[in-house]
Design a protein. Structure first.
Ligand code: C5P
Length: 220
């Protein structure tokens, strides 16, 4: 495992980490893990099975047995939950908020740990999330922490949601994103933090291509 390289890109929502991670993975021909999608799917599955999002025992048991399949189709991540395509459903801001509720539960995070580590396959892995560099892959040789101002992040989310055909309102988004960030930064288990050995980048005034170039330069 130790010899399989991993690039972790952590940061708050809308920092651009998902887009950059996918581009880098494609460029390098490495595997890609969108760890946020795992929490989003789990929250959807919990709702589907009628569990309260704070019911740690039920949600963590579900996490252990979660029937989810990820695949990349036409450069887009396709997510199947119990055989049903939930790729668009899990992208709404409500789904993100529900994800951050189940993600605050220690037993749930534990239940998903090995599943995430299993993505570490040759020739390498690019992964994005909140605790990729701190908890899931602490020995990763390449770690980035990507941030941007709350306003720019809300604008990016707005654009992304629009592209997926999901309607949103910027001021509502700013409130929802701040609420989610607050929960992610302040939870007691695996809070959103840059790893001590992560390189921090601020993408507020950088286009995705610039961030991509910088990350590529760091890898070199
Ligand atoms: O990255 P994304 O916005 O899809 O993540 C949705 C939510 O999942 C985050 O707000 C966070 O609460 C949770 N998450 C997490 N740890 C990760 C990835 C996502 O707690 N590694």
């Amino acid at each position: 495992m130790i010899n399989i390289p991993v690039l972790t890109i952590d940061g708050p929502s809308g920092s651009g980490k998902g887009t950059v991670a996918q581009l880098i993975a494609k460029d390098l021909g490495w595997h890609y893990l969108d760890s946020g999608a795992l929490y989003r799917v789990l929250a959807q599955a919990s709702i589907k099975h009628g569990f309260e999002l704070g019911d740690e025992t039920s949600v963590s048991t579900l996490a252990q047995n979660l029937d989810v399949v990820f695949s990349v189709k036409n450069d887009e991540l396709e997510v199947l939950l119990e055989g049903q395509n939930v790729s668009t459903l899990i992208r709404s801001e409500q789904a993100g908020n529900a994800a951050s509720k189940v993600a605050a539960l220690a037993l749930v995070r534990n239940a998903l740990l090995e599943r995430q580590r299993d993505f570490r396959q040759l020739p390498g892995l690019v992964t994005d999330g909140r605790d990729m560099g701190t908890v899931v892959f602490p020995d990763a040789p390449y770690k980035i922490f990507l941030n941007a101002s709350a306003e720019v992040r809300a604008q990016r989310r707005h654009k992304q949601l629009k592209e997926k055909g999901i309607r949103s309102n910027i001021s509502v988004l700013i409130t929802e994103i701040s609420e989610r960030d607050e929960r992610d930064y302040n939870r007691s288990v695996a809070p959103l933090r840059p790893a001590a050995d992560a390189i921090q980048l601020d993408s507020t005034s950088l286009g995705i291509e610039n961030v991509f170039d910088r990350v590529r330069a760091i890898l070199r």
